[in-house]
Design a protein around this ligand. Structure first.
Ligand SMILES: [Mg+2]
Length: 211
């Protein structure tokens, strides 16, 4: 059931049996040990938002924590302005995103801590685990959303075991980054998408729980 380069699939994030977020991705490579996807600037995705019947906390961290806790989010559209190549390996608790500016120059490495992906009929499923590591193209790294992640642990939304799993994965990836091990140092900044690929559109069915 492999996908071919140029196919459009959906990445669904699921939290407590509801779709948390969904985005379309262009398949770049589907092989047993690695999956690559392309998410060009201008791609419209669905992100969780505070429902209209209550006040929005006004900042992203508080909003995310309330939504994870209450489970009452609605979906709104969001359009990104950076293009990203996603690199995923089966069983890993993160994805590496190589992001590009509109000029084509590499902007950053973004290590997104997330549950290991699972294949679905429409694409892949995982869940963002809030902690991220961002690095410049020359591999100077920093934590992102560290405070958000700690507050989610303090509130018991993620349990301590999950917290340790995510931290240890992040430290492992930081080690690889510092040693310039794959996928860092593999020349991904020179990679370019097939110009024939369109900006992907969410396929129907994105809002249904994956089976
Ligand atoms: Mg993240």
């Amino acid at each position: 059931m492999g996908w071919r380069p140029g196919d459009v699939v959906v990445h669904q994030e699921v939290w407590r049996d509801r779709i948390w977020a969904a985005r379309p991705l262009v398949v770049v490579e589907d092989s047993p040990d690695r999956m690559l996807f392309w998410l060009p600037a201008g791609t419209r995705r669905k992100v969780p938002m505070t429902p209209p019947h209550r006040d929005d906390p006004g900042n992203r961290t508080a909003r995310i924590i309330e939504l994870l806790e209450r489970g009452d989010w609605i979906h709104v559209d969001h359009v990104g302005d950076l293009s990203c190549l996603w690199i995923l390996r089966p069983g890993e608790w993160h994805a590496t995103w190589v992001s590009f500016r509109p000029s084509g120059e590499q902007f950053a490495f973004y290590v997104n801590l997330q549950r290991p992906f699972r294949r679905t009929a429409l694409g892949i499923e995982s869940m963002d685990l809030m902690l991220d590591v961002v690095a410049t193209p020359d591999r100077i790294w920093s934590w992102k959303d560290d405070d958000e992640f700690e507050r989610i642990l303090q509130r018991g939304i993620f349990d301590a075991d999950l917290g340790r799993r995510v931290r240890s994965e992040a430290l492992d990836v930081i080690g690889r980054l510092e040693r310039n091990e794959p996928p860092f140092g593999e020349g991904w900044h020179r990679w370019r998408p097939d110009p024939a690929w369109p900006v992907p559109v969410l396929p129907s069915g994105w809002a249904d729980l994956p089976r």
